[in-house]
Design a binder for this molecule. Structure first.
Ligand SMILES: [Zn+2]
Length: 107
């Protein structure tokens, strides 16, 4: 097929089409390539992407949706720098302990 398609035809796959419209599939693919793994907060069910860079350092990616969903983020004062939800931090630590997070020294 020589025609360059602007976008994949997903009309027959409504779920995937919806996900693409929200940008989540492409984002998730990129994140997974970078070694980020989704971790869900056991308290508020917010999902973020986390990666273990070293035993001491974990990088966490919050999406605009996750910052709105998390009560800790939602209740922070305007302009206050975004820290992390303590419940989520615990969930990420648990995921790391269980080997569910990627580590950067593994390729
Ligand atoms: Zn939370």
């Amino acid at each position: 097929m020589s025609t360059w398609a602007k976008a994949p035809d997903l009309a027959d796959r409504p779920h995937q089409r919806d996900a693409v419209r929200e940008g989540t599939v492409a984002d998730r693919d990129a994140y997974l390539r970078d070694g980020l793994r989704p971790v869900q907060c056991e308290q508020c069910a917010t999902t973020v992407l986390a990666k273990k860079n070293s035993p001491q350092h974990t990088s966490v990616q919050w999406s605009a949706e996750s910052t709105q969903q998390c009560a800790v983020f939602a209740s922070r004062a305007p302009g206050e720098p975004a820290e992390s939800c303590p419940d989520l931090r615990r969930s990420i630590a648990a995921a790391a302990d269980e080997g569910r997070l990627d580590t950067s020294d593994r390729s």
